[in-house]
Design a protein around this ligand. Structure first.
Ligand code: ZN
Length: 289
């Protein structure tokens, strides 16, 4: 049934979703900012706010370095906020573009999403769940089936369209510019989202405020590894490249008690034995202090 729903809503109408127009819009913004000389900005460490950095990687999409004070790996030169925001505004998840990826995802999605929900429910009762970086809304579709009251947030307009079609309440925009009421949610989930945040400490503090007393944060991020160099560090969109240590640090700095912090297997292991034992993610469950 879910597969049919996915087929219905992720079908052809999104396959051609104004991709050329979205790319043209983004290029216009990049050209404009470039003329002003503001395409790139230099920033200090997102965790300790110090500036000294040991440069490890430079490319046209930004520069990655390791903070000499706390060890965090982050992009010390990155695209400006305006360009980054525009990037996400037009973002189309791969499964909305490539029908083959979509098909594989239909096999993987129920397993992956229900696995994440199993972990969340091992720490708390079913309640209300906000998914940041809600993307195509699939975690929320499965959560709703399990009794959760769900809401989503994302920067992508195409994703808003999908969430609306799925009848999932959703907000477009950055976390720090959203006016949720205090203590609105019992759980906030962010899967492959935190590494994209421009100001992770600010965003985490806002989310802490929005969480109910003893509310939980559920996080999955890519785990920094040497091979990130080959992948060009997923620049320009990944801004902080987390390790167990740096994720633990930022959780503590922003008022969370870490309940679970582990290297997590690649999600593909759920359907493909070939990927078994590849621990390329970090999973974290943290409670509001
Ligand atoms: Zn630092």
């Amino acid at each position: 049934m879910i597969e049919n729903l996915m087929e219905k809503y992720y079908g052809d109408k999104l396959y051609d979703y104004n991709l050329p127009r979205a790319e043209a819009e983004l290029q216009t913004i990049i050209d404009f900012e470039e003329k002003k000389g503001e395409l790139f900005v230099s920033i200090s460490c997102p965790i300790c706010y110090e500036k000294p950095v040991f440069s490890v990687h430079k490319s046209r999409a930004g520069c990655v370095g390791q903070c000499l004070c706390c060890g965090t790996i982050y992009n010390y030169i990155r695209l400006s906020d305006l360009v980054t925001s525009a990037w996400y505004e037009n973002f189309l998840p791969g499964f909305l573009i490539n029908p083959k990826i979509r098909k594989d995802d239909w096999v993987r999605r129920p397993l992956l999403n229900n696995y994440d929900l199993d972990v969340i429910e091992s720490y708390t009762d079913v309640g209300n769940l906000l998914d940041i970086g809600a993307c195509g809304g699939d975690l929320l579709v499965y959560a709703r089936e399990r009794g959760w009251v769900v809401a989503g947030q994302d920067l992508s307009k195409p994703c808003m369209y999908v969430l609306k079609e799925l009848d999932i309440p959703a907000v477009l925009g950055h976390v720090h510019s959203t006016m949720y009421q205090e203590a609105s949610f019992s759980v906030i989930s962010m899967r492959h989202t935190l590494e994209h945040f421009m100001y992770p400490q600010t965003e985490l503090r806002v989310l802490r405020h929005v969480l109910a007393e003893d509310g939980l944060l559920y996080i999955v991020v890519p785990r920094w590894q040497e091979y990130f160099v080959e992948k060009n560090y997923d620049l320009p969109q990944h801004l902080t490249h987390y390790t167990l240590e740096s994720l633990d640090m930022i959780m503590n700095f922003t008022g969370f008690e870490v309940l679970l912090l582990e290297n997590a297997e690649c999600s593909r292991t759920l359907i493909d034995d070939e990927f078994k034992g590849i621990y390329n993610n970090i999973r974290c469950v943290a409670r509001k202090k």
